[in-house]
Unconditional design. Sequence first.
Lengths: 113, 114
Amino acid sequence: SQQGEEDPQALSIQEGENATMNCSYKTSINNLQWYRQNSGRGLVHLILIRSNEREKHSGRLRVTLDTSKKSSSLLITASRAADTASYFCATDAGGTSYGKLTFGQGTILTVHP
Amino acid sequence: DVKVTQSSRYLVKRTGEKVFLECVQDMDHENMFWYRQDPGLGLRLIYFSYDVKMKEKGDIPEGYSVSREKKERFSLILESASTNQTSMYLCATSPLGFSADTQYFGPGTRLTVL
């Protein structure tokens, strides 16, 4: 079963607006990561938040983690057309994982100029 | 910067052919992964390797095998390609660590099996 599930599946906004994507997961984790994928390309790492952290910032990105609710959110502020992409959360279930991550199905973000 | 390259961006093969997809990384990472990505299903792990000659099955290994003879190279093999293996294939690497670190992805290979 999917460890990470994103919500919404698709999001359409205007340039300058904020975009919020959510991720829920089922089991305990060591960390949760967010990735971006431009159409037809590989994924690019955005941010990693550890299980003992509640919030993290990177430029226009803000990630929160609520381990009691097993959920995370990614906020992109002042969005730009170049932010149009798919966004995935990925979880590390811990243990002897050999670096394995479990990815969700992704949120497709469209930012209209 | 980590560089992960994949042998082809686009590939068209016929049913029953043996297909090799190669992934090469230049950052001396121990972990390497092969995923396939299909619409609505996200990324699914096929196989991964945490050391030379070591391999572990992921969530969907059926119909695939892998080879890791050198640290920098991880090959995915479709022994007898079938149409349901038409997909985007993504390779990724990460350093060895206690918990999963950032994964670095190649550009992907879009495989079509006719």
